[in-house]
Design a binder for this molecule. Structure first.
Ligand code: CA
Length: 368
């Protein structure tokens, strides 16, 4: 399967010169003409049509096209077709394209507190993250932060809790992490480095080859559904859990502010509605498919599933708490984001003791 993905990417790169649409509404005056057709481009950080998260932008575009009767016609581009994956933020911010789809933690080099809007290690689960964003004050803070970059953010999907990743050797304790070179982006990567490893951030489409050629010794990507597609079981033997680094990562859809302002109100609402619907749809798909894929990895491909040792998790948690605080720096807005996130997290943790956690524990204890 990985060869197919690479093949798709190659074809997409070859075709990228022919894919641009003729219409560009960035910077246009606000027009309320109900007959006007907007032809927009959305660049993404994902391989074109990548299952799960990579289908989110396609589904958003499809829904908006149908709801608007074709008045907002969005063409979705995979990573590298218009700009490289990790230049998505800049391309939308500058107005090169109107929209993008990716994950906020990819931009933390220039926007450290963006990390809170994807996931922080030992942070919020998917359900909790959606609660913070939609009803806990998170979205208003995200909008305020991204307004600095000429962007309107929207939710774009959530994978649920991920796996800790693939390793070529067993991790029996902290000593085994020393010197391990791992693909692990965002704050998780920084924490992994502080625990003795080496972190690299490479796009999903390049992980297989990097593992195969020994450029890296380990990699986290998502979870069984996505990892099976990329074939990591062919180049790594051990599959570790839990996904401490990304307990419920929120994906993002970003829109250039001027482009968004140029749309009639109904199209703006359709964009937001489609993003929120697909946000839920992505989580549902991962929930439904992960276990089936894990069973195949174990029973067909002989993958060995392991839990990270307690001393490793304890060290990662200790470092994570320090690093999450460090994200704030001396920026007042980042401090407000941190305070909102941490207060909300404490609150949901208190209640989950009596709800999610209590129920899952009792269900597991009483299983047949
Ligand atoms: Ca990941």
């Amino acid at each position: 399967m990985s060869k197919q993905i690479v093949g798709l990417l190659t074809i997409a790169l070859l075709l990228s010169g022919c894919g641009a649409t003729e219409n560009d509404t960035v910077g246009a005056e606000t027009v309320a003409d109900p007959a006007q057709i907007y032809r927009w481009r959305m660049v993404t950080t994902w391989p074109k049509n990548f299952p799960g998260m990579g289908m989110a932008p396609e589904r958003i575009a499809d829904r908006v096209r149908a709801m608007s009767n074709g008045r907002l016609d969005i063409t979705v581009y995979g990573a590298g077709e218009v700009v490289p994956a990790l230049e998505t933020f800049e391309a939308v911010s500058s107005g090169t394209v109107q929209m993008g789809h990716g994950a906020a933690y990819y931009w933390r080099g220039s926007v450290p507190s963006a990390q809170f809007f994807t996931a922080v290690p030992f942070g919020l689960s998917a359900q909790e993250m959606n609660g913070w964003l939609m009803h806990g004050g998170g979205m208003a803070l995200w909008e305020e932060l991204y307004a600095r970059y000429n962007l309107v953010p929207m939710v774009g999907g959530n994978t649920g809790v991920q796996m800790a990743g693939w390793f070529n050797k067993e991790i029996k304790g902290l000593a085994d992490l020393q010197g391990v070179k791992m693909r692990i982006p965002g704050l998780g990567g920084e924490v992994f480095e502080a625990a003795g490893g080496t972190a690299v951030n490479i796009p999903g489409g390049e992980i297989f080859t990097s593992l195969q050629t020994g450029v890296i010794d380990a990699a986290e990507w998502v979870g069984p559904f996505n990892d099976l597609v990329l074939g990591f079981h062919q180049v790594a033997r051990y599959y570790y859990y839990p996904g401490w680094q990304e307990p419920g990562p929120n994906l993002e859809m970003i829109i250039n502010q001027e482009a968004f302002a140029s749309l009639p109100k109904d199209l703006q609402v359709m964009l937001r509605t489609a993003a929120e619907a697909v946000n839920n749809d992505v989580l549902s798909e991962y929930t439904a498919r992960n276990n089936r894929a894990l069973t195949e990895l174990v029973e067909v491909h002989g993958v060995e599933v392991r839990r990270l040792p307690d001393d490793v998790l304890a060290k990662l948690k200790q470092i994570s708490d320090e690093r999450v605080k460090k994200l704030v720096g001396d920026d007042p807005l980042s401090l407000r984001i941190y305070e909102s996130y941490t207060a909300y997290r404490q609150g949901v943790m208190n209640y989950s003791e009596l709800s999610e956690r209590a129920f899952l524990n009792v269900r597991a204890d009483l299983k047949d």
